[in-house]
Write a protein that binds this ligand. Structure first.
Ligand code: KIV
Length: 276
């Protein structure tokens, strides 16, 4: 049954300046991934602040071993579907692998995800010089950017697997410097993934922009999880940084509401979801 998302919410729309205000006011930001209309509508109903159409869809929707096979056409298709389920929740879409190969491709990808698919912001992994240029170029064209540092899944082959980053002082210092660089390039949000709690805290305290953690400890300005992980339906072992919020509850809506409440109260992530 089709339900108009605008009729399901009385919330004020979440905006990019609104996310900055949440950090300034110490209100934690709730983020979940979504890949289709129905789950997007559940996020909207639960009052989740940000829906991320992650290229994790390559793994949890398409069944690949990594995010690398995801194309821009896939991202546009899923972002369009998610957009139909949202009204007040802010929509962020991932730039897929190699969309950053040069500036024309980045700008084309940004234009499609925002103009054609309805995203309000695009997410890009890394802080190499060409990524910093890409962030500045997108922002100059009024496309807000969410940076993504730490365990960046598109670098899985470089890392030799999905491994926690920043455990050594040198890598931690590099990630810290990268966080400052993406902010200076114009990013409005940062996803920090798979790093020790101390590094998550250090980056969050140093940046003006909100830092959204996933496996980055409890001190971040907000948290994100892959929705299949937090509903316990991802095949195989649950990642340490995630939690099955459907366990012991009788509906997807109740699981998402519990996640939102636990992120806002600081109950999630607990020490068992964090890394040293
Ligand atoms: O692709 C994705 O879902 C992501 C989140 C895990 C942050 O990048």
């Amino acid at each position: 049954m089709y339900v108009d998302p605008a009729k399901t919410t009385a919330r004020k729309p979440v905006t990019v300046p609104g996310l900055h205000a949440m950090k300034a006011e110490g209100r934690r930001i709730t983020v979940l991934t979504a890949y289709d209309y129905s789950l997007a509508a559940q996020l909207e109903l639960a009052g989740i602040d940000v829906a991320l159409v992650g290229d994790s869809l390559g793994m949890v929707v398409q069944g690949h071993k990594s995010t690398l096979p995801v194309t821009l056409d896939h991202m546009v298709y899923h972002t369009q579907a998610v957009a139909r389920g949202l009204s007040a929740t802010l929509l962020v879409a991932d730039l897929p692998f190699m969309a950053d190969r040069d500036l024309p491709h980045v700008l084309q990808a940004g234009a499609r995800l925002v103009g054609e698919a309805g995203a309000a912001m695009v997410k890009i992994e890394g802080a190499a010089p060409h990524i910093l240029d890409a962030i500045s170029a997108l922002v100059a064209r009024a496309i807000p950017v969410c940076a993504h540092l730490g365990l960046t899944p598109q670098s899985v082959h470089k890392f030799g697997g999905f491994r926690i980053q920043g455990r050594e002082q040198e890598t931690a210092d590099r990630i810290f410097a990268e966080a400052q660089a993406v902010q200076a390039a114009g990013a409005d949000l940062l996803v920090l993934e798979g790093v020790p709690t101390a590094l998550g805290e250090r980056v969050t305290k140093a940046l003006d922009i909100p830092v959204i953690g996933i496996g980055a400890g409890p001190h971040c300005d907000g948290q994100v999880l892959v929705i299949h992980d937090m509903l316990g339906i991802t095949p195989g072992k649950r990642p340490k940084f995630s939690k099955d919020f459907l366990a012991g509850r009788d509906s997807v809506a109740a699981a998402i509401a519990a996640y939102a409440a636990d992120v806002r109260s600081g109950a999630f992530p607990a020490p068992e979801h964090c890394f040293n």
